[in-house]
Design a protein around this ligand. Structure first.
Ligand code: ADP
Ligand code: MG
Length: 383
């Protein structure tokens, strides 16, 4: 239906907004482009209806190179919804909806019938036909903006952050409404957003862009389960990743939240006392704000026991710690391979919040290995 073949856009002045884009979409797909501001979403979209021309590469719609089409004709064949609703204030709702049908020279009767039909799709009555945009709420105006793109029944619709300016509640209901509408009408939609919730909710496939480049293409499920890299993980957000992959765990979920500590102002004999009492061979050293400073162990104490020193004077300040949001998956290897007995866990402000011990990790490793085996057995039984 829609194909990008090595499409690049370099603006005058040398800004490369889109770099060697290769993509192919099926008819009826709901495609959502997402990425941070300036990553090239709008540029990509506007190249589809030739509001912007590629510097190199080709775009095909139904196998036909769009550069071989008349741009005005092309634009009439594609629905387009922009962020600022873009209704003409001096035109009635019907006139606004019927803009393209009028250009296509549909008779007045047919245009009015079509406008009524469309209003029904979004549960608005015929009464609105002869009103003006300012008489409608923001949500209603945006519905009209969407209807206008559907009016001429084009098979391909481009939508550039169409719900971006709406309040969250209106946006939410319009998203639901529009997703249903698309499923019944079977249109191919190219939708741009910077809101991951919106993308996950609407898309059949999501295209993630960064700096004009394609980072990942996949169904919402694929992207949640297998983010291509840290950028995508960050973009999706830890919360959603945890929801999507309930079996993944953060260090915080598996740590021991009561590590044995000593403050830096204590003496070495006090340190020995605590170690004896708690039956441990090292202590984490923190300051008055619980910020982790290092550790001391029996060896350090043994080397310094003749001197009159404090913990602060002898502690080892070179240490490895993990942040509590770190995924266990990413830490396990380090801890097991480096042969550490435990790793301190800190928050963003370097305050000690717990420790992960080698022993606690063994259970997790065991679980995850066993989990895979079990899954395999179940699949085999089914097949
Ligand atoms: P997005 O829609 O993802 O925010 P755009 O496609 O609007 O991104 O812009 C991509 C990059 O190209 C940005 O760095 C932007 O500043 C730049 N850009 C956009 N339009 C022009 C233009 N007409 N001339 C020069 N640079 C532009
Ligand atoms: Mg944009």
């Amino acid at each position: 239906m829609l194909k990008f073949d090595h499409v690049t856009k370099v603006y005058k002045g040398g800004k490369k907004a889109v770099a060697d884009l290769n993509l192919e979409f099926n008819p009826g797909e709901f495609i959502v482009f997402i990425g941070p501001s300036g990553c090239g979403k709008t540029t990509t979209m506007k190249m589809i209806n030739r509001l912007i021309e590629p510097s190199s590469g080709n775009i095909y719609i139904n196998g036909k190179n769009i550069m071989e089409k008349d741009p005005v004709q092309l634009r009439r064949e594609i629905g387009y919804v922009i962020q600022q609703i873009g209704l003409f204030p001096h035109m009635t709702i019907q006139e606004n909806i019927s803009l393209i049908p009028k250009l296509l020279k549909w008779p007045e009767e047919k245009r009015r019938t079509r406008a009524k039909e469309l209003l029904k799709l979004v549960n608005m009555t015929d009464d609105y036909l002869d009103r003006y945009p300012h008489e409608l709420s923001g949500g209603q105006q945006q519905r009209i903006g969407v209807l206008r793109a559907l009016a001429a029944d084009q098979p391909l619709i481009l939508m550039d952050e169409p719900f971006g300016a709406l309040d969250p509640i209106t946006r939410d209901s319009l998203q639901d409404e529009f997703k249903k509408l698309q499923q019944t009408l079977g249109k191919t939609i190219v939708f741009v957003t910077h809101d991951m919730d919106e993308a996950l909710k609407l898309a059949d496939r999501i295209v993630i862009m960064k700096d004009g480049q394609l980072v990942q293409v996949g169904t919402p499920d694929e992207i949640l389960r297998e983010p291509a890299n840290d950028f995508v993980e960050e973009f999706i957000g830890k919360e959603r990743l945890l929801q999507a992959r309930p079996n993944i765990q953060t260090v915080e979920q598996v740590m021991n939240a009561n590590p044995i500590t000593i403050t830096e102002d204590k003496s070495l004999s006090e340190a020995i006392q605590i170690m004896k009492e708690k039956r441990v061979d090292s202590l984490l050293v923190v300051d008055g704000n619980k910020v982790l400073k290092g550790y001391i162990d029996v060896e350090i104490i043994d080397q310094n026991r003749k001197k009159m020193v404090q913990v602060a004077d002898v502690l080892e300040t070179e240490f490895f710690a993990v942040e509590k949001e770190t995924l266990v998956r990413d830490t396990i290897r380090k801890i097991l391979i480096m042969g550490m007995k435990y790793v301190p866990v800190v928050d963003r402000r370097k305050r000690l919040v717990g420790i992960v011990t080698r022993a606690s990790l063994v259970d997790i490793v065991y679980d995850s290995i066993w989990g895979d085996v079990q899954e395999e057995i179940e699949t085999k039984n089914v097949g």
